[in-house]
Design a protein around this ligand. Structure first.
Ligand SMILES: C=C(CC[C@@H](C)[C@H]1CC[C@H]2C3=CC[C@H]4[C@H](C)[C@@H](O)CC[C@]4(C)[C@H]3CC[C@]12C)C(C)C
Ligand code: SAM
Length: 373
């Protein structure tokens, strides 16, 4: 009798474990990255934890060092080696937020937010459009499929280049979507080589927005359109409120940001590099549905994911350090949610610009001084 009970217990527990294994190893969203394949980018297994410590220690330095322009691209690259697989596993192939749309899935809401970009830059067949900070190419594929345009994406992270190219091949969009590894602050493209350009939640990594906007301006043809979804603090943010400061600093630390900009700085910067600003709007404002609900609703999923990464690390399937990176992301989700709920932060301040057809007039010569007369 005892043996039968034991057999039943073992059977039930075994089946439970099998189910758990399949469920756990299966995708949390539809994405093509499984927990057993959490590699942590191009970092070798034994270096993941060190790299995480190195990333974190960056934020213990004075603010000026964190935003030191020359160091930022390397630190952003390390960040994406650490998070790319976890993002794909837990979020999907599009590394951005979107307003929630009643009655639509997250996947549809994401696609709509991306297709809006295609419409804003009037992308169409025969055009060459630049994706500034393309991640693993979720938006690029949606925009290529929707518009028929040829999309060229650039990302600083080599591992993302490999992932994006593999996804492009799988989606049979590799003839239409190209991916280049490079720094968007010094792009490897000739002047006026694109008909349009866009950046989705990527330029927030630039220490000086002027530098990336000036590069986009250079590579666009005259008359070309550029749209960007910017991460910014809103006018509700109060630098004297410790809760606000804690939320914004939490967002910066968990998302490799050298320093969030204020919403009202963006248009001035675009104009400074020569753009005409056609439209500017926070896409998170009503009637848009809250973008942060997807983060909040996933709390149970986070705990499940935490157990998954812990077990996989214990079994040495995932490298040491994954649990720490996952905890960092959990914390940043908390800060992002708070930023959304209080309204002090938006990840979708949209700005639409055009490169003028005629170059700006040269400044008039200074009046001659008396000595020359
Ligand atoms: C634009 C940027 C990235 C935005 C988002 C795609 C990511 C920001 C925070 C990320 C996540 C937080 C919690 C993770 C969770 C703990 C894990 O179990 C599964 C993945 C997360 C949901 C993860 C997914 C991507 C984010 C939402 C920045 C970097 C400029
Ligand atoms: C949050 S992800 C967004 C990716 C993509 N736009 C999307 O929505 O899926 C930010 C992207 O910007 C890229 N990035 C950040 N700094 C960069 C730089 N200096 N040069 C090129 N790419 C950069 C990152 O590598 C990453 O691909």
């Amino acid at each position: 009798m005892e043996a039968t009970a034991m057999a039943w217990t073992v059977g039930v527990v075994g089946l439970g474990l099998l189910y758990w294994f399949v469920w756990v190893m299966g995708a949390a969203e539809v994405k093509g990255k499984r927990a057993v394949n959490l590699k942590m980018g191009s970092i070798t297994r034994d270096k993941v934890k060190d790299k995480y410590t190195q990333y974190w220690s960056f934020f213990r330095r004075p603010k000026e060092t964190v935003s030191a322009a020359d160091k930022v691209p390397a630190f952003v690259d390390t960040f994406y080696n650490l998070v790319t697989d976890i993002y794909e596993w837990g979020w999907g192939q599009s590394f951005h937020f979107s307003p929630s749309v009643q009655g639509s899935s997250h996947r549809d809401a994401t696609r709509l937010h991306e297709e809006r970009v295609a419409e804003l830059v009037r992308a169409g067949p025969g055009q060459r459009v630049l994706d500034v900070g393309c991640g693993v190419g979720g938006p690029m594929r949606a925009i290529a499929a929707r518009s028929g345009a040829h999309i060229v994406g650039i990302t600083i992270n080599e591992y993302q280049v490999a992932r994006a190219r593999a996804h492009n091949r799988k989606a049979r969009l590799d003839a239409q979507c190209e991916v280049v590894c490079g720094n968007f602050l010094q792009m490897p493209f000739p002047n006026a080589s694109f008909d349009g350009a866009y950046s989705i939640e990527a330029t927030c990594h630039a220490p000086r927005l002027q530098d990336v906007y000036a590069e986009v301006f250079r590579v666009l043809r005259p008359g070309g359109l550029y749209v960007s979804y910017e991460w910014v603090t809103t006018p509700l943010y109060r630098a004297a409120d410790p809760d606000h400061v804690d939320t914004i600093q939490g967002i910066e630390r968990g998302d490799a940001l050298p320093g969030l900009r204020a919403q009202d700085e963006i248009a001035a910067i675009a104009a400074e590099v020569g753009f005409e600003v056609l439209q500017e709007r926070d896409l998170a404002l009503p009637p848009a549905g809250p973008w942060w609900t997807r983060l909040k609703m996933g709390r149970i999923a986070y705990w499940r994911n935490h157990i998954v990464v812990s077990v996989l690390t214990l079994l040495r399937i995932a490298p040491k350090g994954v649990v720490e990176v996952h905890e960092m992301l959990y914390e940043t989700a908390r800060h992002l949610t708070r930023g959304g709920e209080t309204g002090i932060f938006t990840p979708m301040h949209m700005i639409l610009c055009r490169k003028p057809l005629l170059p700006a007039p040269a400044p008039s010569p200074a009046p001659e001084d008396d000595a020359n007369q």
